[in-house]
Ligand binder design. Sequence first.
Ligand code: FAD
Length: 501
Amino acid sequence: MNIKSQNFDIIVAGAGMGGLSAATILAKKGYSVLLLEASHLAGGCSSSYYRKGYIFESGATTLIGFDEHQPLNELEKLVDLQIPKEPITPPMKVHLNGKQITRWKDKNRWVREVIRHFGEEKEQEQFWELIFQISDVVWKAALQNKTFPPKKLSEWFHLFRNDLSDVWILPYAFNSVKQTASEIGISNPEFYRFLDEQLMITAQAYSEETPFLFGAPALSYTNSTNYYVPGGLIEMVKVLLSRFEDLGGVFLNREAVQSIEKRNGSYHVYAGKDNTYRANVVISNLPVWNMADLTQGKIANYFSGESKKYDKAWGAFTMGIVTDDIYPEVMPIHHQIHISPEEKVMGMDSDSLFVSFSKRGDRARAKNGNRVLSVSTHSSPEPWFDPTLDYNKAKHAVEEQIKEILKDKLPRFSQAGIKLLFSSTPVSWSKWVYRKKGRVGGIPQNMSRSLLDWTPAETPFEGLFLCGDTVFPGQGIPGVTLSGINVSYRVDKYLKNLRQN
Ligand SMILES: Cc1cc2nc3c(=O)[nH]c(=O)nc-3n(C[C@H](O)[C@H](O)[C@H](O)COP(=O)(O)OP(=O)(O)OC[C@H]3O[C@@H](n4cnc5c(N)ncnc54)[C@H](O)[C@@H]3O)c2cc1C
C-alpha cells in the first residue's frame, strides 16, 4: 500500500486488541494514526486463522466486556461501533472429578449450583456476595481511573477525587483469594481446586497467589454476559479495523517494527523493509519483554529493568480440531476439564484443559455436520526452546495425551471422527505473534506485585506509551481493551498539551 506521508501524530506498534482499540479511539479524536502489524492478520492472540475451509480461533475464545461499566461497551460508545456478537448461555461447564458444574450467568442460580456441588452453604453465599460486590466496584472504578497506576502528583489527586465510598475494597489487594475464602470458613479442598483452575484461565495464577481484588472480577467472569462472535473473533477485529480505516487511520500489515528511536524531538520508527515513519507519539502494543530489542540506550535499559521484574509468564499449548458434530443437543460452548497429575506429560503445566466449540450452525467456521474445537492448556515456554528437546516427539506426545483426555472426559468426543488437527507450542506462538519466548496471556496476577508496581502506560520517555496485556490492567480481551482506552486518554492529553506549548 502506498501511503501519502511518512509523518503521523501517532504510530501504534502491534494490532492486537490493545493497539487496535487505542488506534481507533485516537483516529476518532481526529489524530493521524499509523498502525503497524508484523503479521498478515490483525488481532494477535484474539484472532482467527483459516485452514482447509475451516476457521480456527488463534488463542482467545471466550468474550465478555459489553455489560455496563465494562471496557468493550465503552469502546463501542467511544468509536460509534457495534461489534457483531451473540450472547451465549450458560457460559461454561466445568468437569471436575465426575462432577459437571454449570457456570450459570444468573448469580443466584450460580450460588445454588456451587452449594449443590461443594456444600458449606452460608460460607459460599458470603464468599460469592463479596465477589459480586467487589467485581462491580472494580469494573466501575477501572473505567473512571484512566490514569491508574498514577505517575504524577496530579494523577494521585484525581484518584482520590473519585467516589471515596469505594475505598473499602482496597484491603482486598493485599488478601489472596485463598486467604479470603478460608477466612470466610470455606474448607472443601475440591472447591479450592475448582477456584485454582478458574483463576488460571482468567488471572494466570492460583488462588494462593491472586489478590482478591483481581480474583473477584476474574471469578465472576461467567456472571457477565458472555458472547460468541459468528465467524470467529477475527470478525470482531475486522469490524474494528475497518472502523479505524474509515476514520482515516492507516493500517499496514506484514510491516514489523524493527526499531524505535527518538531524534530531534520526534520518534523515528523503522519497519518492514527499510521504511521509516515519524510521529510525536509511539504507542507500543508489544509485550514489555520485546521492547529492549527494539530500542537503544536509556530506553532499552528501562525495558530490560521492567522485563526483569516480571520474568515469569505462561505459554500455551493450543490445538484446533475439526470433528463430526455428534455432540449433545444442549451443550455449552466452553468447557474446562480438570486433569489429574498422572494424566499430564511434559508441556502440560496446568491441571485443566480448556475446550471451546464453534457454535452449531456457524457455517463460516465449519461445514454442515462438523464442529471446530479449540483446546488450550498452560505450558511453560522454556522447555520448548531447549535445543536438546526432541521437539516433534514432545509435541506429538502432548497431542496424543490431550486426545486421550478428551475421549475420556468430553461427552461424545470418543465417537466423533477427527477430520483435521493442528497444534501449536510456545515456539509456534513466538513465530505467530512475535511475543518473546512465546509468552502469552499477560503477566500472572501476583500477591508480591503491588498495584502501584505495574509497568505504567506512560513511560519515563516523553511521547512513548504502552498498552496490552503486560501493562496495567491488561488481562484478556476486556483488560487489553481497557489498557487501550486508558492509553488513548493519556496520549490525547499529552498531544493537546504539546500543541498548546
Ligand atoms: C491460548 C490463549 C487463550 C486465551 N483465552 C482467552 C479468552 O478466552 N478470553 C480472553 O478475553 N482472553 C484470552 N486470552 C488472552 C488474550 O487473548 C490476550 O491477553 C489479548 O488478546 C492480548 O492482546 P494484546 O493486544 O495485549 O497483544 P497481542 O494480541 O499479542 O497483540 C500484539 C500484536 O503485535 C504484533 N507484533 C508483535 N511484534 C511486532 C512488531 N515488532 N511490529 C509490529 N507488530 C508486532 C503481533 O503480531 C500482535 O498482532 C487467551 C490467550 C491465549 C494465548
